[in-house]
Ligand binder design. Structure first.
Ligand SMILES: C[S@@+](CC[C@H](N)C(=O)[O-])C[C@H]1O[C@@H](n2cnc3c(N)ncnc32)[C@H](O)[C@@H]1O
Ligand SMILES: Nc1nc2[nH]cc(C(=O)O)c2c(=O)[nH]1
Ligand code: SF4
Ligand SMILES: [Mg+2]
Length: 209
């Protein structure tokens, strides 16, 4: 067995905080049954992050790529969502290659703060003010999902919208703790700017993972 640090740097073993079968709650594929793989580790530091427990990678066990894939195979959906933490902190080629070989459709949820790696069918890019995105994300993003927490987030959303490819879906998602106030603003913004759509965290309303 190789040194585990080398395995993580090569992406053949990864820290897994949790892996669970649920319904994609957000974005373009909201409502789709999906297997979520949540990798541990994030250095972005969003003040409103709903999964702060994920930040310290050392807290989470290392799983081999083979064990991640064999767990995913136990569920009926062939769509996996790789999230975190920030999944692009790792080399995602070994994991995504192995998932593809086993017939999965692969989505990612990322802040884009690290260089892009891996093979994906759908890339959800959620840029953050707390750590600038790496330029490699802009040509990869299929969905731009900006969290509306403050009024300045609409201008931040437009700044990133100007850099993604024309086919990229543009979504505004109210930050959960500010949803009473921000949902109203998001509704008004989208009605005046119809190239945007609303994304809600529907899993939280349904009280599912
Ligand atoms: C927990 S993050 C993990 C993936 C990656 N680090 C990222 O931020 O895209 C998954 C998604 O949840 C969103 N999110 C996190 N906390 C949120 C909150 N309090 N309200 C609304 N969306 C939130 C993120 O913007 C991202 O789109
Ligand atoms: N149901 C459900 N849908 C989600 N979409 C993105 C999530 C994430 O945390 O990346 C998430 C999540 O945590 N649960
Ligand atoms: S980038 Fe994602 S995981 Fe990291 S702090 Fe922000 S929302 Fe949380
Ligand atoms: Mg979540």
């Amino acid at each position: 067995m190789k040194n585990s640090k080398i395995e993580v740097s090569e992406g053949t073993a990864l820290p897994v905080m949790e892996a669970f079968y649920t319904i994609q709650g957000e974005g373009t594929f909201s409502g789709s049954p999906s297997y979520f793989i949540r990798l541990g580790g994030c250095d972005v530091g969003c003040v409103w992050c709903d999964v702060k427990d994920s930040w310290d990678a050392a807290k989470w066990p290392l799983w081999s790529v083979d064990s991640i894939v064999s767990e995913a195979m136990k569920f009926p959906s062939r769509t996996v969502v790789i999230t975190g933490g920030e999944p692009l902190m790792y080399n995602l080629y070994p994991l995504t290659y192995a998932l593809k070989e086993n017939g999965f459709r692969i989505h990612i949820e990322t802040s884009g703060a690290h260089p892009f790696s891996g093979i994906f069918d759908w890339v959800c890019f959620s840029p953050k003010k707390f750590k600038k995105p790496h330029p490699s994300i802009y040509e990869k993003a299929d969905e731009l999902k900006v969290i509306a927490y403050h009024n300045s987030d609409f201008a931040f959303a437009e700044e990133h919208a100007s850099k993604v490819k024309p086919s990229c879906q543009k979504l505004l998602q109210p930050e959960w703790s500010k949803k009473e106030n921000m949902t109203e603003k998001v509704i008004d913004y989208v009605k005046s700017n119809p190239n945007w759509k609303i994304s809600l965290q529907t899993h939280k309303f349904m009280d599912i993972p």
